[in-house]
Ligand binder design. Structure first.
Ligand SMILES: [Zn+2]
Length: 294
């Protein structure tokens, strides 16, 4: 796997571990690292080889797979509504639980690095909110509050590179089923707010996708959420998603072309499916709980 992908002269999309990507944006005066991942890769070293500019670190939200390497930096930016989530996922108890759940097959070096995040001093926290501008010199990044996946989720608008850094908010597969998730309606309203802020030249840099997505994914996800039909949904089994259901759109063409009959089969065959299917939002899915539909 190519661990660092150069998306433009000033943007690097960096594979961290366990299916998570972080993004480095380098302006003329400062650099911004969007999310810090699982904490068990050489991400901090890779960042330091790409830039010697003063570095800011921002968490798009407080989930464990976006924050763990915060400990390698002195301070982080996050929306205040996700600070309780950040604190919970940073606690020793949760860190050990994630270790047992996710890292059993990791290399000893990865395990060692992850465990080091427990012993390091926690970074200082500074708040960001909707409308804030993060000035990197040649690039001014605007924070867009996009509650839904979590209450304090944010997206970042980069008008120089025409990218939106979306964390987990924009993806082909979004979870609105967690205790900390808002309602599906709130999530849709966030996407409806985000979409007019860009034109078709923009691309979405998402935390679980190696390739940028086209803006059409946002429109298709809004439609998918608006169309959620409990009768056409299937039970979604995952330790973090209690009493959850999956609703998806765009599975039929994949059935004809790749013989994929379910979301689980799509997941198994994901490496052989044309990436444009995901880039163009031809397949979108949402995991929800019935109480999030009200
Ligand atoms: Zn998340």
């Amino acid at each position: 796997m190519n661990k660092t992908v150069k998306l433009s002269d000033s943007v690097y999309h960096m594979y961290e571990s366990n299916g998570v990507y972080c993004t480095l944006i380098i302006g003329s005066e400062k650099a911004l690292l969007v999310d810090s991942g699982f904490g068990c890769s050489d991400l901090p070293e890779r960042v330091s080889t790409l830039t010697d500019k003063p570095l800011m670190v921002l968490n798009t939200h407080g989930h464990f797979d976006h924050i763990q390497a915060n400990s390698f930096f002195s301070s982080v930016l996050i929306h205040k509504d996700d600070v309780p989530l950040l604190s919970k996922n940073n606690s020793i108890l949760y860190k050990l639980a994630f270790y047992l759940l996710y890292l059993s097959k990791s290399s000893n070096a990865d395990k060692k690095r992850y465990l080091k995040t427990i012993t390091l001093r926690k970074p200082k926290i500074a708040y960001i909110q909707d409308g804030d501008v993060i000035d990197l010199g040649t690039i001014a990044i605007t924070v867009v509050g996009t509650p839904g996946h979590t209450k304090g989720s944010v997206c970042l608008l980069d008008p120089v590179n025409h990218f939106v850094y979306s964390g987990d908010t924009v993806s082909n597969h979004v979870w609105i089923c967690l205790k900390e998730s808002m309602s599906v309606q709130t999530y849709m309203e966030s996407l409806e707010k985000l979409l007019p802020l860009m034109d078709d030249s923009y691309q979405i840099v998402s935390a679980h996708s190696d390739v940028p997505l086209r803006t059409v994914v946002i429109g298709n996800m809004i439609r998918c959420c608006g169309n959620i039909d409990v009768r056409k949904s299937t039970a979604y089994i995952h330790p973090f998603c209690k009493k959850s259901f999956l609703y998806c759109e765009g599975l039929e063409p994949l059935m004809a072309q790749y013989g994929v009959r379910s979301f689980e089969e799509l997941f198994d065959k994901i490496d052989i499916i044309d990436k444009d299917v995901f880039r163009n939002g031809e397949f979108v899915s949402v995991v929800y709980r019935k109480d999030k539909l009200r």
